[in-house]
Design a protein around this ligand. Structure first.
Ligand code: GLU
Length: 480
């Protein structure tokens, strides 16, 4: 254990160099779960020291995504860009202790060195020229006005090892590490420096982060050693791959987290889905509430092997969560999507009472909230648009005409406009017309909704109401 035995302090430390993707948020979630399980502290730290790669608005999107998912933080957000003095101080200390040195090499020199190394198939890395400068050479470079960077003096031999809580003992040869930069010439720290300084000062007990940072960890260990600080516990989370076992990307249907919100996924479903990307309760349980996951979360159920993202599973899970909502709640969550996506010519605000009647017809069918407007558009438009050919896919034109006329006649006389009454006149009418119910109802479905697939016919007609239905049936006659 690092520091105060038993106290859990974890952090999510995103770089605002892009919008948070599933992997980032999975890291946030696992840290949050770990903190909540242990009654610990979840800290949010924005690692915004790579000025050239900052993306405008990324920090806000990160915060919004966390809020949307209910991953509340107890401290922060801290911004590294506001802590430059602290990193500078640590770099100065390392210089003073001769554990780091100033490097004056120009970008041009570094670039041609890199090209040379690639050509010779050597591992890339700084050749340590400035590590060995004489006092005179240094004074000369200093006088020439070049702003130096600060580099760490990596040990030239020996090994660095650490115990990863997920992957076990990991050993690196120091000879594979170059003298990496700690402080850049713009005065900003590199990730390595800022990250370990903050983990130390913020008394982080456990670092749970993506696998891709594993190769940085030996550098961090050397820095901790050099500074005489105790490192936190480390746990590197398994990668997330697409179904084809390639690194997860847009191609696999993976999106930025805020896109999932906009596409109508529920945060509860996302939490459940993301938790299972690398963690499991056992080998069968798929559905777990946030609280259940908090209760059971532990590092020893995190897998060592990569997790596979499956969009169909997310859709399935989201559908289940949608169906699990109380009808009223479903309507409340779907309404903003209706307001946003229904055609603009439909008058706003939409009629809340009418929406309440429609919702039971789609709750069973929608996999996402964004599907609700598509599934229900025909309820709202004045005249559903469709190709007249749809009316005669199963029937001859004459049959369709007769069937529609007979339906209008019967329905004009219908006393109670409810699903049961509609069915009680329309089902026998199929026999009278000598049509199969499937053919006849299919015709009525197209005429009233403009679609071949829609929620159950009689309930749909009940909600559409007498006027709309009769008007649409007459319009269909007109089309024929
Ligand atoms: N800023 C790094 C990132 O963007 C943090 C990595 C870490 O957790 O150490 O993921």
């Amino acid at each position: 254990m690092a520091r105060s035995e038993g106290i859990v302090r974890v952090r999510f430390a995103p770089s605002p160099t892009g919008y948070p993707h599933l992997g980032n948020i999975r890291t946030a979630l696992f840290n949050w779960l770990f903190a909540r399980h242990h009654g610990g502290t979840f800290i949010l730290r924005i690692e915004d020291t790579d000025v050239a790669r900052l993306v405008e608005g990324a920090t806000d999107t990160i915060l919004d995504s966390l809020r949307w998912l209910g991953l509340d933080w107890d401290e922060g957000p801290y911004h590294q860009s506001e802590r430059l003095e602290i990193y500078r101080g640590v770099a100065d200390q390392l210089l003073k202790d001769e554990l780091a040195y100033l490097c004056y090499c120009s970008l041009r020199r570094l670039e041609s060195m890199r090209q040379e190394q690639t050509k010779k198939k050597q591992p890339p890395g700084y050749d340590r020229r400035c590590r060995h400068l004489t006092r005179e050479q240094r004074a000369e470079l200093e006088a020439s006005g070049v702003t130096p960077v600060v580099r760490f003096k990596s040990p030239l031999e020996g090994q660095t090892s650490f115990c990863d809580l997920i992957r076990g003992e990991i050993v690196f040869d120091n000879s594979t590490l170059d003298d990496f930069v700690l402080l850049k010439s713009d005065g900003y720290p590199t990730y390595h420096l800022a990250n370990i300084v903050d983990d130390h000062l913020m008394e982080i007990s456990h670092v749970l982060r993506a696998d891709e940072w594993l190769s940085s960890t030996p550098r961090h260990m050397l820095l901790y050693q050099a500074l005489g600080w105790q490192p936190p516990n480390l746990a590197h989370l398994p990668m997330i791959l697409g179904p084809d076992r390639a690194k997860l990307s847009k191609r696999h249907g993976a999106a930025a987290v805020d896109e999932y919100r906009d596409q109508g996924y529920l945060p509860e479903a996302m939490i459940n889905f993301l938790a299972l990307l690398g963690w499991s309760l056992d080998d069968k349980t798929e559905l777990l509430s946030r609280q259940e996951i908090v209760n059971h979360f532990s590092l020893d159920r995190i897998s060592k092997t990569a997790a596979v993202f499956n969009r169909d599973k997310l859709d399935w899970m989201n559908g289940l969560y949608l169906r699990g909502l109380k009808l009223e709640e479903f309507g409340k969550r779907a309404s903003p999507f209706l307001e946003r996506d229904l055609p603009l010519e439909i008058e706003r605000p939409l009629d809340a009472g009418y929406i309440r009647q429609i919702m039971p017809l789609v709750q069973e069918r929608a996999k996402t909230l964004a599907e609700v407007p598509q599934l229900t558009e025909f309820f709202f438009v004045d005249k559903p648009e469709y190709d007249a050919g749809l009316l005669t896919t199963k029937l001859e034109r004459a049959e369709a005409l007769e069937a529609l006329r007979a339906s209008v006649a019967k329905l004009e006389e219908l006393q109670n406009w409810d699903a049961a009454s509609l069915e009680s006149v329309l089902r026998p009418l199929a026999d009278e017309l000598n049509l199969k119910t499937g053919e006849f109802f299919g015709l009525l479905r197209v005429a009233t909704t403009g679609r071949t697939a829609a929620p159950p016919l009689f309930q749909t007609m009940e909600v559409l109401g007498r006027e709309r239905c009769l008007e649409r049936l007459r319009a269909a006659l007109g089309k024929l």
